[in-house]
Structure formats: structure tokens, C-alpha cells
Design a protein. Structure first.
Length: 269
């Protein structure tokens, strides 16, 4: 699968993975800032953005997609940052292909099972017929009865693309995302599977995606993990508190690299 991507800057690679219903454009502002020191690679995951549609959506498959992408790009080692669903993909890559990952950054996501939290989003998206839309304003008006939050509406409508003829189409593979949603809220990692490198987990102070009770499960797979909380931020930390997130990521990446070999992690931290 030929994943769509954009690249900025030069230096050691930092690969960034977006969340569910997102695309690589969501991270361009921070990408340009980090490109002063790193080669930033923004990737559209399968069934999102301008990457190919596929008939199956699982974390092992998405991790394989990224491993194949890195091989195509002749990248044998990189930092990987993922947000939300992209955070689980990043974790799966680190656990399955640890030799590819120098440092791992996970933004507001734990490796655990999550409950269904997007049924209202799917209802709003499925209620919209892109082919019948006149323009983006028409799309937003039609979505209002199903989705009250204007910010979420605008985020979701970034997935609309002009069709070759009149009307619009979804860039994302909405049918498969909806059908395979249970795979996307499933946990990653198997018992005893660990990543030997450094990992930074960043959570929003107003978000419930990483709870205090999740920390033991995180350390079970990522024994060298650190946790940072961005006060006042919800789930979209990169949009709400970009300066704070940028600083945390830079500080973490500038630390000397450490691997777990010959180290015993403190599981009580």
C-alpha cells in the first residue's frame, strides 16, 4: 500500500500519525516548527486522507503499512509520534517492529480497550450524502442537526473532496471505518510484549483518554515510559496547546537515547 505523505526539513526522521477521521494536514503547523531540527514525515493512514482505501482496518495491518512505508523511504530507524488512533498505531509499530523506532511519543491515548465513543459522529456522517451537496456551507448546515459542536463539524468536513463531476465525496473510507470500528477501540499489545526504548505519553488535563489507572498498563508494554499532562487541554492537544506540546516533544527528543537492555524499570513510578 502506497501511503500518502508530506515531508519537511532534514535530519533524523520524525514520523507523525493522525487520529480517527483525521489526515496529515492536522499536524502541518507543528511539523513546520519541528522541521528546523528533524525530517518531519506526515502520513495519511489507510482509509484516511489521500491514502488508498482498503477493505480491512486493524492495528497490526496499519503497523505493517507503516513498516513497509519506512522501507520504501529507506528509513531504518525513526522517532514515531501518534495521536489518538494514530497513537495506537505508533504503539503497535513500536511493539511489533521495535528496531524501527528510536523514541515513541503517544498523544492522549493508552494501549487499553476503549468504549464506543463515536456513534454520534458516524450517525452525522452517514446522514450526509456528499454527492448531493452544493458546497461546504451546505454540508455544514445539513450536519448541524446531527452534530452540535461546530469545531467537530469543521474537523469532519475536512474529509470532503470535490468529485470529478458535480458534488463531493468522502476522502476517508467511511464504510470500512464504521464497520471495523470495534477494531479501532481494541487494545494493542499482547501479554509480555514490550518496547525497549524511551516513550513519552502526553495527556490533556481535561481529557479522559489517559487515566491514572492506565499507567500500570502502559508501563507493562513501555517500561521506560514517561507521562506528561498539559493543563487546560482536551483530546486535541496539538490544536489547543501547540506551544506546550511542541516544547514537551522537543525536550523529550533532545534527551540522550536509552534502551532497556541491562536496565530494570521502576514499575512503581
Amino acid at each position: 500500500m502506497q501511503l500518502n505523505y508530506k515531508s519537511y526539513g532534514e535530519g533524523f526522521p520524525l514520523v507523525i500519525l493522525h487520529g480517527l477521521f483525521g489526515n496529515l494536514d492536522n499536524w502541518q503547523t507543528l511539523a513546520r516548527k519541528w522541521a528546523d531540527d528533524y525530517r518531519i514525515i506526515l502520513v495519511d493512514l489507510r482509509n484516511h486522507g489521500r491514502s488508498p482505501h482498503a477493505d480491512e482496518m486493524t492495528y497490526p495491518l496499519m503497523a505493517h503499512d507503516l513498516a513497509a512505508f519506512l522501507e520504501e523511504q529507506a528509513i531504518d530507524r525513526c522517532h514515531v509520534l501518534g495521536h489518538s488512533m494514530g497513537g495506537k498505531v505508533a504503539m503497535q509499530v513500536a511493539l511489533t517492529y521495535p528496531a524501527l523506532v528510536e523514541k515513541l511519543i503517544v498523544v492522549d491515548m493508552a494501549p487499553r480497550q476503549y468504549g464506543r465513543g463515536h456513534d454520534d459522529v458516524f450517525a452525522a456522517l452517514n446522514a450526509l450524502d456528499p454527492a448531493s451537496l452544493e458546497d461546504r456551507r451546505d454540508a455544514e448546515e445539513r450536519m448541524k442537526p446531527h452534530m452540535e459542536d461546530a469545531g467537530v463539524r469543521m474537523f469532519l468536513l475536512k474529509n470532503l473532496a470535490r468529485d470529478s463531476e458535480e458534488g463531493f465525496r468522502w476522502r476517508m473510507n467511511l464504510e470500512v471505518l464504521h464497520r471495523d470500528y470495534e477494531n479501532l477501540i481494541a487494545p494493542v499489545g499482547t501479554l509480555g510484549q514490550t518496547f525497549p526504548g524511551q516513550a513519552l505519553f502526553v495527556r490533556g488535563g481535561k481529557s479522559g483518554y489517559i487515566k491514572n489507572d492506565d499507567w500500570e498498563g502502559i508501563l507493562a508494554h513501555f517500561p521506560l515510559a514517561e507521562l506528561a499532562t498539559v493543563a487546560g487541554a482536551g483530546h486535541w492537544i496539538h490544536a489547543e496547546k501547540p506551544a506546550e506540546l511542541s516544547g514537551l516533544v522537543r525536550k523529550f527528543l533532545e534527551k540522550p537515547a536509552v534502551r532497556r537492555e541491562r536496565m530494570v524499570p521502576n514499575m512503581g513510578e
